[in-house]
Design a protein around this ligand. Sequence first.
Ligand SMILES: NC(=O)c1ccc[n+]([C@@H]2O[C@H](COP(=O)([O-])OP(=O)(O)OC[C@H]3O[C@@H](n4cnc5c(N)ncnc54)[C@H](O)[C@@H]3O)[C@@H](O)[C@H]2O)c1
Length: 268
Amino acid sequence: MSETTTETQNKGETMLLKGKKAVIFGVANKRSIAWAIAQSLASQGAQIAFTFQGERIEKNVRDLADTLEGSQVLPCDVTNDDEIKAVFDELKNSFGQIDILVHCVAFAKKEDLETDFVSTSRDGFHLAHDISAYSLTAISKHAVPLMTEGGSIVALTYLGSVAVVPRYNVMGVAKAALEASIRYLASDLGAKNIRVNGISAGPINTLAARGISGFTEMLKVVREKAPLKRNTEASEVGDTALFLASNLSRGITGNILYVDSGYSIMGM
Ligand SMILES: NC(=O)c1ccc[n+]([C@@H]2O[C@H](COP(=O)([O-])OP(=O)(O)OC[C@H]3O[C@@H](n4cnc5c(N)ncnc54)[C@H](O)[C@@H]3O)[C@@H](O)[C@H]2O)c1
């Protein structure tokens, strides 16, 4: 038996992420996919730092973080380079080094998710791309110097990047940019043993998802047509992120894994 196989076939004593340090962007509340990911990572021993955007959700995030031992909470609006720098300066002091970076951040103007894509404003296009796509590069740039022993970067994406999903509109275009960024980052960072992957999740009822008009219909279509005949659960995404964060996925980088009850394989 090889050494790595022995490591994974442990007697339940060794946790997959024991001693690993993670920073997670994008918890808003207990329904957030980022929170499900945090729970999966923490269940296997990771110590977690959370960032939050805006005072409005700070208490939610602090209350959730308090349930995980050794966690910390830092403010960060990803459109602000100074705030991003401050997060990683702080993590350099507290964690020293980091192993896992999770990006679960997206935003588009409500009006751009209600009409036809052709009506998208220049401003709306720019904002969606800044927050939902460029931010991955912006935070990776600061995370990399702290990933001194290699690392895993995971970002959340959606099918609307590769196929038209009505009313997903500019978010689909931003997710296409995010997925291309994942590939370019994977190519840049592979030599440092830093892997970069995406998870394309099926629709899940969260704060961000409820901003997409017709979201309930999206859930229904997946339940009817997906091979597994059910909607995606946030915990399924959490466990896939755990796999991507752990040594079990050491040969995978630049990839998009679909966690969508199989919906994306269907032609009709
Ligand atoms: N819910 C779904 O159906 C679904 C499916 C596939 C992919 N995703 C993706 O999963 C990720 C997480 O979304 P979610 O569904 O858990 O919703 P959510 O609303 O819980 O999370 C979105 C997060 O983005 C953060 N955010 C928005 N603007 C920001 C900014 N300027 N700076 C910092 N943070 C900012 C919000 O504070 C929030 O925490 C997103 O990338 C989303 O596109 C969601």
